[in-house]
Design a protein around this ligand. Sequence first.
Ligand code: UT7
Length: 323
Amino acid sequence: MIRSVVLGVGSSLPRRVMKNTDLEGVVETSDEWIIQRTGIRQRYIAADDETTASLGEAAARAALASAGLTADDIDLIVLATSTPNNTFPATAVEIQERLGMRHGFAFDMQAVCSGFVYAVTTADLYIRGGLAKRVLVIGSETFSRILDWKDRSTCVLFGDGAGAVVLEAAEGEGTVADRGVLAQSLRSDGSHKEKLYVDGGPSTTGTVGHLRMEGREVFKHAVGMITDVIEETFSQAGITADDLDWFVPHQANKRIIDASAKKLGIAEQKVVVTVDLHGNTSAASVPLALSVAVGDGRIKKGDLVLLEAMGGGFTWGAVLIRW
Ligand code: UT7
């Protein structure tokens, strides 16, 4: 059977680092509160000339280089983002143009923090359906543009950045020993809209709006939702937590990551944590974490890697990949 194998990974961050102490002058907060409640120590904030398209392009170029490919080799670009450069056209199409790609097709996916997990699943289905051979899957965000910088309960949590992977069609045996995407589970439930949303949009206010979140409410649901979809992928693949080499969760809060790993019985040393470095970068968080763990040699060819995310909507999902 056809499998979607990861050929390369890359990332890009804005030039400017914002430490927790830098936020102490913006809202009433402290380095101590942010670290204790979230695990975040710093985040990157995009300058005016750094956009979702430019960060996404840089991450895509890095992923292509690590795969030993060029944009000529790509059939499809799927960009996960909630902070597009424009309402339309899709920012994926702008990245296609920036990469000098005049063939194939490109589109955006909007599943907020779960965007990358949704995009990998979508790309896998395009590959297995025979509509594409090589897909660039990007998560790129500039959440700093939609934050209310007077709201301390949200503005300290998020950051900007981008990550990308290249997936390629390859022949597999149809077993869990195959390289590539092995299992996935996606969920959404719109009844939770008010807990995490942006209070503007083209069809309602005609403005971009600001992120609003009832953090405690999101927190309450997160661990149960995340572990449900992960257990579903374990049962699809016929594996247990012990078979995993790496757990690469959405990077929203170290306490959510720790509680999810504990509930699933995933050993602490298998968990990739980058929330301290990047903050919550929404759809970019999982590919940024992947890029760090591949770059420092932790994730290697043949490793069993579990991705998960949960966010606005609510949306949530998990993907199991043999690297
Ligand atoms: O990526 C999408 C998914 N999003 C998430 O997963 C986020 C989930 N939620 C969370 O990560 C946590 O709920 C937060 C980090 C947002 C908040 O942590 P918490 O332990 O749930 O704190 P809380 O909201 O219950 O607030 C505790 C206290 C409050 O003060 P009082 O009412 O107890 O006097 C807040 O006003 O902390 C206060 N507070 C702050 N204090 C200093 C809220 N924000 C800040 C701040 N600095 N930045």
